[in-house]
Design a protein around this ligand. Structure first.
Ligand SMILES: C[S@@+](CC[C@H](N)C(=O)[O-])C[C@H]1O[C@@H](n2cnc3c(N)ncnc32)[C@H](O)[C@@H]1O
Length: 398
């Protein structure tokens, strides 16, 4: 085997990537895994540019931070790929505990942030495993409450994961928390599910403020609405029960899909004839039944897309990019999905395209979290100074 073949293979193995993951990560075309395998066995060789991409891929973790004097400490629960973590880190926070049980999400998280990742949160020994922290972050699983799921709520075991969050808050008494979920959680079971959640948090003596915010109002071209719940420890800050957190005002700057689209997209993202025919047939059937369901086409001039979901990899029907009359539409690339969620350009995507679609669909619009994080930190500083000045909470509440 040639030295080059050995170098390629050992680089990939060093990163813990499969051939498919490496091929997709460095942007090889369809059947790129076969080509890479070929190179690794000493048959043929990549050109200089591609070889360079292989050897430099993920050579540093862009979001690994060890701050000597962190402004605050936080924990990242149901962490996914760390979309909620990035903005809190930007605010000067140090992540002291992460929980995520999905092997592939862990891979993406590890490559970007490093550090240890705890698996199943239901197995955690709160006193032993979780160090002291100030802010709890958790975008807990939404399938039990979502439109796409079966709306089972607390009767689905995934729905009860909220109670694990509750137990951690009760035992560790953080100063604040931020929870994120689908907006349907608010209306699930005629509002009863949300009411239980709010009551439980209030019973722990925390303030609770919910808000539904739309990603498109925070600068990314996506019509994603999510429920955010922010709470502060009433005892810590001497807050009245009716205290209301001020969520950020959406800047509502104009958005345009063209701003996040890649140039020269590989033909592997163009959907197959069979899939396209199926999409068209289903759309026609829906039309006959008098409803507007079916695949949606967007182009560079579109203001925003539909919500990117974790099921995007299946058929891409919610967001297809028009490539003109003579070409079938294409799916978004994983990098475009990252941009649609406002992830920074240097965020590493070390998994297959299918996994990447799932991970970004499950994640959050980072710019929305960024503005919430700023407001939370500002509020905590204000509350802290009133406390130090010996004042009780003075601002107007509603
Ligand atoms: C809605 S996603 C959150 C995504 C995250 N906010 C992000 O930015 O990527 C929920 C995550 O919870 C994880 N999860 C579900 N049950 C879990 C459990 N029992 N322990 C740890 N993680 C779990 C899932 O694998 C999924 O990644």
């Amino acid at each position: 085997m040639s030295d080059l073949a050995v170098e390629i293979k050992s680089r990939r193995e060093e990163l813990g990537l499969t051939v498919k993951e490496m091929a997709d990560s460095i942007g090889l075309s369809k059947d790129g895994d076969k080509v890479l395998r070929f190179w690794e066995s000493g048959n043929g060789r990549p050109d200089k540019v591609v070889f360079g991409k292989i050897m430099t891929f993920a050579n540093k973790r862009p979001y690994a931070r060890k701050i000597t004097n962190p402004k605050f400490k936080f924990i990242d629960l149901f962490a996914g790929i760390g979309g909620i973590r990035i903005p809190f880190q930007e605010q000067g926070g140090q992540c002291v505990f992460t929980s995520e049980w999905d092997h592939f999400a862990q891979k993406t998280y590890q490559m970007n942030f490093g550090g240890e990742i705890f698996g199943d949160i239901t197995e955690v020994d709160i006193d032993k495993d979780i160090p002291k922290f100030d802010i709890l972050l958790g975008g807990f699983p939404c399938q039990p409450f979502s439109q796409a799921g079966l709306h089972k709520g607390f009767s689905d075991t995934r729905g009860t994961l909220f109670f694990n969050i509750e137990e951690i808050i009760e035992k560790k008494r953080p100063k604040a928390f931020l929870l994120e979920n689908v907006k349907q959680l608010k209306g699930h079971d005629h509002g009863r599910t949300y009411k239980v959640i709010e009551e439980h948090l209030r019973n722990l003596n925390y303030t609770v403020t919910p808000a539904i915010l739309r990603a498109g109002d925070f600068g990314v071209p996506q019509n994603r609405e999510r429920l955010y719940i922010v709470g502060f420890d009433r005892e810590e800050y001497d807050l009245p029960e009716n205290y209301v957190f001020e969520f950020p005002e959406p800047p509502k700057t104009a958005t345009r899909l063209g701003d996040i689209l890649e140039e020269n997209v590989d033909p592997k993202y163009t959907i197959s004839e069979k899939l396209y025919e199926g999409h068209k047939r289903r759309k026609e059937e829906h039309k006959k039944r008098g409803n507007g369901f079916g695949f949606s086409l967007f182009n560079a001039d579109s203001e925003y897309t539909n919500t990117l979901s974790a099921r995007y990899y299946k058929d891409g029907s919610e967001i297809l990019i028009d490539q003109g009359e003579n070409m079938r539409p294409r799916k978004l690339t994983p990098r475009e999905c990252a941009r649609l969620q406002g992830f920074p350009e240097d965020f590493i995507i070390p998994v297959s395209d299918t996994r990447a679609y799932k991970q970004f669909g499950n994640s959050v619009a980072v710019p929305v979290i960024r503005e919430i994080a700023k407001n939370m930190l500002r509020t905590m500083e204000e509350l802290e100074s009133s406390k130090n000045a010996g004042c009780t909470y003075q601002r107007a509440t509603s």
